[in-house]
Ligand binder design. Structure first.
Ligand code: ZN
Length: 257
């Protein structure tokens, strides 16, 4: 089963996921651009994927241990099937978004609600369920991250008041990785100033890949997922718990990107 250890991740990300696991209400949005990589479709992928693979990990982490506690997946049956771990099928019910118009989510008493795809048809039901005190986790296809995602949700039709119930916005992006075959330490000062300009102060060793047969002279081989985490506390405080720039810098320092 794909898990967080399949991602090259900074320790802060594991801490954030542990904090999310300790909460019992509010909404977690996993945002990013959909990637159509083949590995994202596989149940047990060898390679870490992008947003949808990370979303499945978060869903599994948030599933209640007690098999009597119900998990409600809102979405198309086919999409939703992918979100059901094999050993937890009986705990998970699939509900079509239309049904939520008839029976709002709190009446169904789920311990966890999963929205496989936030769109105009589902966003209001998702944020309303979170505002009513349910635990909600949802996936959003977007180029935005952090606080900007709240604006996207509002434009899609979420009532502004209900957005207070969004606790976390976790954004993933895919970045091209340096080719490990031709990677070398470099003292290229132009590269250093470009990195400092874009991501902030950095004085550690830098790496670059010149290109070789293994990477078709591109200097790049494969991709890694980078993360950004924005937190709205229940008392209204907000913070960027893990900035994308900080994340990228962590990978630059390890010579990964
Ligand atoms: Zn190479």
């Amino acid at each position: 089963m794909l898990d967080l250890r399949h991602f090259t991740h900074l320790p802060e990300l594991a801490e954030i996921i542990a904090a999310i696991e300790s909460e019992t209400s509010g909404m977690v949005v996993v945002a990013g651009l959909d990637s159509h990589h083949a590995e994202d479709q596989a149940e047990d992928a060898l390679l870490p994927g992008g947003r949808s693979a990370f979303f499945r990990i978060i869903v599994r982490r948030l599933m209640p241990d007690d098999p009597k506690q119900r998990v409600l997946v809102v979405g198309d049956a086919e999409d939703a099937m992918r979100l059901r771990p094999r050993n937890r099928r009986r705990q998970v019910s699939i509900v079509h978004p239309e049904k939520l118009r008839v029976t709002p989510a709190p009446g169904l008493r789920p311990a966890l609600m999963v929205f496989d795809r936030l769109d105009d048809a589902t966003v209001a039901a998702a944020t309303a369920a979170a505002a009513a005190g349910l635990r909600v986790v949802a996936q959003l296809d977007t180029v935005f991250r952090g606080r900007d995602v709240l604006r996207v949700l509002e434009e899609m039709g979420a009532p502004p008041d209900s957005l207070n119930a969004v606790r976390w916005i976790l954004t993933t992006q895919r970045w091209a990785a340096l080719c490990p075959v031709c990677r070398q330490e470099t003292d290229d000062s132009a590269l250093r100033s470009a990195i400092v300009h874009r991501f902030g102060p950095f004085d550690g060793p830098l790496y670059a890949s010149r290109g070789c047969a293994a990477c078709n002279n591109s200097g790049r081989q494969g991709e890694v997922t980078v993360f950004d985490a924005y937190h709205q506390h229940a008392d209204g405080r907000t913070e960027t718990a893990l900035a994308l720039e900080r994340y990228v810098m962590g990978l630059v320092a390890e010579g990964i990107v």
